[in-house]
Design a binder for this molecule. Sequence first.
Ligand code: GLA
Length: 375
Amino acid sequence: MIKHLPPMGWNTWNTFAEKINEELVLQSADALVSSGLKEAGYEYVVVDDCWALRERGKDGRLVPDPEKFPHGMKYVADYIHGKGLKFGMYSCCGTMTCAAYPASYNREFLDAKTFAEWGVDFLKYDYCFKPSGAEGPLLYRRMGLALASCGRDILFSGCSWGADKTHEWIGSTGANMWRSTGDIFDSWESLKSLILQQYDILPFGGQGCFNDMDMLIVGMKGKGNVGVKGCTADEYRLHFAAWCLLESPLMIGCDIRSMDEETKNILTNPVLIGIDQDARCNRPYIIRFAGNDDYPVIVRNLANGDVAVGFFNLSDKPAHLWVAEDDLGVPFLQGKTLTGEEAYTGKKLRAINATLSVTLPAHACEVYRMKLTDL
Ligand code: GLA
């Protein structure tokens, strides 16, 4: 059964794009297990675009490129399942995928059947090359129906980049997650812009259809397909923390076969993953410190009564941020307060004068999982 929490896994696109093959995918499945990522919750191994031949077979079916995947996709699926993991693949609602491989327009039911026969557990579904006049919502509902009736439990991962007001119709398609933005790149500017784009769509994610802020760039360090100039350690920490507080799916995009300790520590942070995967799936809310978009305090009420509070400094200068406990629903006059520890460092935080405050370097964050206690 599909777990109804933000999906977690690894995807080929960010680092490898068209340079994918069976060996890479199997090695990455191995690395997911041996590195402890699987234990931390990452379960899907997803082959993104560029896996197929440029033409369909005589029977109309998609054909895996035999040079890249010499044993076919069922073999890959079996191997991944043998490791206790799940297998994801990629197609697109238009006539071609974004990298111009055959896509599922007018072949939705056949393709869903093929994916089911191969043992696929997850389908990422892109938005390129839609024929003119074809409506995105209709095409997504079609694939949603095809997947729901294909005889296998396949998670539907919509990837329409927030286009055509995706948030208004995606919930009707059967998608379990939906991309709310354009593609991520491995740079601070990209990260910041993806976070800012969330402010107006916070109510539209959540259980059943999670808002996917795109695959993670943590640990890419400027290498690979979407590698630009890379980010600092503080920026990667802020990136992961924001995705977790905003309840995004967590799909790793770096080369996990060679990631360093710092990358692994970010990606497996138990406090942040616990917030992302909180069973209650409450939506986050944002208090903009001083009304400034560069200073979001992102808050989520968690299932056990804890409150996750993340202070983010998106500006280019150090900043001092604070929030009144009253604004978090914690009334001083009823004798209540919050205390907690920072997710990455363990630093303690308690209120002074019913106010929580932190000082942050540029492009940095602090996230506290806070307990409600009596004063
Ligand atoms: C689009 C998607 C990316 C990736 C590529 C593949 O750009 O948004 O995540 O899947 O297509 O071509």
